[in-house]
Design a protein around this ligand. Structure first.
Ligand code: UD1
Length: 373
C-alpha cells in the first residue's frame, strides 16, 4: 500500500471515529407533552439535571409560558418548546417529522379537573384521548422506544383493601376525567399488544403536592383551585377567605378524608427512572404499571396541622358538607415501585408543605412586582 493511500484510509478512520464519538455524545431526547404544566415542569427539570435533552409540547391551555423561565433558572438550560394542540393530528405528524430523533415520550398533556369533566364530558374525552391516539400513531411510525403515561390512583375508586396495590381491581370511574385515565390505559394496552417493539409504563399518581425547593416553579391553578394544597396556600396568603374542609364525618381517624400526598419532585424523579427503564431496555413487560405514592395516608386535618407547623401560619378554615364523589381513604402500597424501579419518595410532608408555601409567596411577590411595572 502506498503511503498516500494509507494516509487517506487513516483520515477516513479518524472521521468515522469522530462521527461515532459524536453519535455517542448525542443526548437522549425526550418529548415531554404538557411540559409547562405542574408535574411536567418539575419532570423537565429532573430530566435536564440528569443530562437528557428535552423538547416540550404544550398548547398552554392550562399553563403559562413563563414556566420556561423558571426551568431555565433552575437548570441553566432552556428546553426546546413547541406550542400546539396534540389533538391536531396534522400538526402532531409534522412535529414528529421535524423532531425525528426523539427516543422516548412522557405524556402529561391532559385536562384534569374532576368537576369540570362532569360538566363537559365530551371535551375531556376528545382532549385526553385524541392526543394520546395521535402520539401512539407517531410512535408506531417513527420507531420511538416508548411512552411513560401520566395515570392516576383514581382508577382504583374506593379500594376494598388498603394500602392499594397495582393489582387491585379497577372500579367504575366516578367521573369522565377518571374514565379517560382508564380508557387511556386500555388504549395503550391494545396498542402495545400489536407493537411489541414499543414499551409503555403507566404511573398512577396519588396526590402530588408541593413545589421545587428553589420556589421557581410550582403548582399554578387557573381560577379557584379544586385541590386541597393550592387552596390552603391561597387562603394563607389572603387570596381566599377560608378553606372549606369537605366533611368530618368519614370513618377515619379524625373524620376527614385520607389521601397519600406525594412531593412533586419525588414524583418527577420517578418519571426519569421510568423513562430510563424504557430506554435501557430494562422493562420486564411491554406495558408496566406502578403506583407513585409515599405509602402514608394523611387526613385533611393532618395536612392543615402540618402546614401550620411548617410555615408558622394560622389557617382560616371551617368544616362544611362532604364533596360529592370524594373517596373516604386511599393510600398506596409502594413496594412494587420501590423494589422494581429502585425509587422511593423521600421528601417529608412538612418540607413539602413548606415548599408549596414558599412557591405561593414567591409567585405572588413576583406577580405584584410585575403589575407595578
Ligand atoms: C382528585 C381526583 C384525582 C385527581 C386529582 C388531581 C377524585 C376522587 N380524585 O383528587 O383523580 O388526579 O384530584 O386533580 O376525584 N379538600 C377539602 N377542601 C378543599 C379541597 C379538597 O377539604 O377545598 C379535601 C377533599 O375532600 C379530599 C382532599 O382534600 O379529601 C384532597 O382533595 P383534592 O386535592 O381535590 O384531591 P383528590 O380529590 O384526592
Amino acid at each position: 500500500m502506498s503511503k498516500s493511500v494509507a494516509k487517506i484510509k487513516n483520515i477516513k478512520l479518524i472521521n468515522i471515529r469522530q462521527i461515532l464519538k459524536y453519535k455517542h455524545m448525542k443526548k437522549t431526547k425526550i418529548l415531554v407533552t404538557g411540559g409547562t404544566g405542574y408535574i411536567g415542569s418539575h419532570t423537565v427539570v429532573e430530566l435536564q439535571n440528569k443530562g437528557f435533552e428535552v423538547v416540550i409540547v404544550d398548547n398552554l391551555s392550562n399553563s403559562h409560558i413563563e414556566v420556561l423561565d423558571g426551568i431555565t433558572e433552575i437548570t441553566g438550560i432552556r428546553p426546546t418548546f413547541e406550542q400546539f394542540d396534540l389533538c391536531d393530528s396534522e400538526k402532531t405528524k409534522n412535529f414528529f417529522t421535524k423532531h425525528n430523533d426523539i427516543d422516548a415520550i412522557i405524556h402529561f398533556a391532559a385536562f384534569k379537573a374532576v368537576g369540570e369533566s362532569v360538566e363537559k364530558p365530551l371535551m375531556y374525552y376528545r382532549n385526553n384521548l385524541d392526543s394520546l391516539i395521535n402520539i401512539l400513531e407517531n410512535i408506531q411510525l417513527s420507531g420511538i422506544k416508548g411512552l411513560v403515561f401520566s395515570s392516576s390512583c383514581t382508577v382504583y375508586g374506593q379500594p376494598d383493601e388498603l394500602p392499594v396495590t397495582e393489582i387491585a381491581p379497577i372500579q367504575k370511574a366516578m367521573s369522565p376525567y377518571g374514565n379517560t385515565k382508564q380508557i387511556a390505559e386500555e388504549i395503550i394496552t391494545d396498542f402495545i399488544n400489536v407493537n411489541p417493539n414499543s414499551k409503555a409504563i403507566a404511573l398512577r399518581y396519588f396526590n402530588p403536592i408541593g413545589a421545587h425547593k428553589s420556589a421557581k416553579i410550582g403548582e399554578l391553578p387557573i381560577g379557584v383551585p379544586n385541590n386541597l394544597v393550592p387552596f390552603i396556600t391561597q387562603t394563607a396568603i389572603g387570596l381566599r377567605e377560608q378553606l372549606s374542609v369537605f366533611g368530618n364525618d368519614y370513618n377515619t381517624v379524625d373524620g376527614t378524608c385520607i389521601r397519600d400526598y406525594i412531593n412533586v419532585v419525588d414524583l418527577a424523579k420517578a418519571h426519569v427512572v421510568a423513562v430510563e427503564r424504557i430506554i435501557e431496555n430494562k422493562t420486564k413487560f411491554n406495558f408496566e404499571v406502578f403506583n407513585l405514592g409515599t405509602g402514608n395516608g394523611s387526613s385533611v386535618f393532618e395536612i392543615i396541622n402540618s402546614f401550620e407547623k411548617a410555615t408558622n401560619q394560622k389557617l382560616n378554615y371551617k368544616v362544611v358538607a362532604r364533596r360529592a364523589g370524594d373517596i373516604e381513604k386511599v393510600f398506596a402500597d409502594t413496594r412494587f415501585a420501590n423494589e422494581e424501579l429502585g425509587w422511593k419518595a423521600e421528601i417529608s410532608l412538612d418540607e413539602t408543605l413548606l415548599s408549596a408555601w414558599n412557591w405561593e409567596k414567591y409567585y405572588r411577590a413576583k406577580k405584584s412586582l410585575l403589575n407595578k411595572e
